[in-house]
Design a protein. Sequence first.
Length: 699
Amino acid sequence: MTADQLQFLNPFRHGFARVAVAVPRNRVADPMFNAAEAIALYREAASNGAVVVAFPELGLSAYTCDDLFHQAALLDACEVALQQVIEASGSIGAAAIVGLPLRVDHRLFNCAAVVAGGKLLGVLPKTYLPNYGEFYEGRQFSAADTALATEIDWRGERVPFGANLLFQCNQLPLLKLHVEICEDVWVPIPPSSYAALAGATVLVNLSASNITIGKSAYRHQLVSLHSARCLAAYLYSSAGIGESTTDLAWDGQGLIYESGEMLAESERFSNSSHIVAADVDLERVSRERMRQNSFGVSVQKHKAELTSWRTVPFDVTVPARVAQGLLRRVERFPYVPADARTRDERCHEVFNIQVQSLVQRLEATGIKTVVIGVSGGLDSTHALMVCAQAMDRLGLPRANILGYTMPGFATSARTLQQAHQLMAATGCTAQEIDIRPSCLQMLKDLEHPHSDDTPKYDITFENVQAGERTSHLFRLANLHNGIVVGTGDLSELALGWCTYGVGDHMSHYNVNASVPKTLIKHLVRWVADKGRIGTDGSAVLLAILDTEVSPELIPSSPGAEQPGQKTEDTIGPYELQDFHLYYTLRYGFRPTKVAFLAYTAWHDRTRGAWPDESHELVRNEYGLAEIRKHLGTFIWRFFKTSQFKRSCVPNGPKVGSGGSLSPRGDWRAPSDSEAEVWLAELRGVPDGPDAGDKAAARA
């Protein structure tokens, strides 16, 4: 790779920071041994690119010292051990947070010490001391709010002391740390809640946390929900092998979460020291706090509690090159979970959101008939399944679904047959209307030069067909006292791949309005797998999935098995464009970051789409050159040419947190804006490394 490519593929360039949780083997009341283990893991984590490394609670002494904490020799040794870690930090280039007992003003505190660059940056005492069940910390320690000192003397230097400390990284402006200790996160309002409001983006918990049945799952819930509420990354450590098992046991569970999502978990019950690391997306954290303005309202409501917080700057060495690439999984299909069970739940929920929304619309209007165009393609297929389920819930016959297939100049025998088979399997009232005569009449009225002898397949030729179909549907709805159910999906709307006016993005109600193409593909497969319309119905659904996505507006060669006009030849592959849409719409990421994430997800051909299934939807790969090309297409169409179509979309339900493009909901944008700032930023994506020709990848 070139220097530009290596620099571009460095996660730190795109708002990420590598963090680590260390689980060292320790010895009870042996600070020298424990410091040596901590320093070794500290160096290892930093050598692998981590800029923050968290260790367990009281790790330099061990948590299970009990009344040994009252022994001066042990406390002296812990201070010597801390100094060793501080000195080691001078050559390591990352920040470390270690736990130890520390004497301050004739009292003993359970503390977290933050070190970097050969300095002790600050010390945070534990706020909440558990004194119930197996815990007796109140016997040895004092709580943070009993401290009088706000600074301590350490080897002749004045060092900040208190639970209200934040640590700001000079090299990574979005990296601001706060540290709390074990029980602090188990209380109704953890100290880190205020720290997040005060600006902390990475929350660290030094914990010992003995293991009991079910506790591991509870830790996951606790850390997940707290990181989600605080819109922050959360590092959780716990003690492992070496702690006393006189009455307790220890599993050494390390967790890294970000805004509710788990990024990494350490091996539990390991007999050796080890590290777990992940790249946290600090830009995502920052953008989510801006987007959810209730976070800002919370800051305003708690201003009084935030004025006393102190910020300590620190330096790290940001790696110029990260060998492993991005240390977190980026799913190829952000709208479709890779895990089979989660995916099944997602399909069930999306489908029922669509069905329930249509049921409500029909009940509210008192209308009992729906009109739908059935092309034999994906979108109308799924919309028809929604209509069928809605009729079942309303106790109405499926014959109240008036399905019309409307062949035009380019309709293939395959899709026409599929449309009829699908309508028969569904049990709707099925009819066929040949739109060619009315289209020819319109072309004649327009004095369009098309004829059988000299065909002219321009945009007018295409849109006459799309418009005729929708015009027929609206008038049929008038005739039969029904409503037109729309079939156009979120991906088409994002890319402007829909005829404006009385075209294929208009209806009385659009059940697919916020469902992207990649999700619709799997919803159709899900309906087929569940056998919801019988064996024959499942067979036609699978055949539709194997049909090339096409508007079928330009005729193909005679006898062709698949439609000749291929949508993705014009707008790019839906699987990639849906990826671009998600990170642009949901997070507002700049194009270079979207391209970096796309490359991370798509450049490795050995990764199947669904590794847990025998049937994989794709085995494509994309290099940076292809990603840049298709992302450029997306940017131009999304920001520059298509918003006017989105300004007048019909009603339709929002189904996911990935967003919708309704002008009444998630996306309110001017229809005459420019795309230059996004296109200019996209030029920062270097050439290659490429994954080769897409057609070869498909083969």
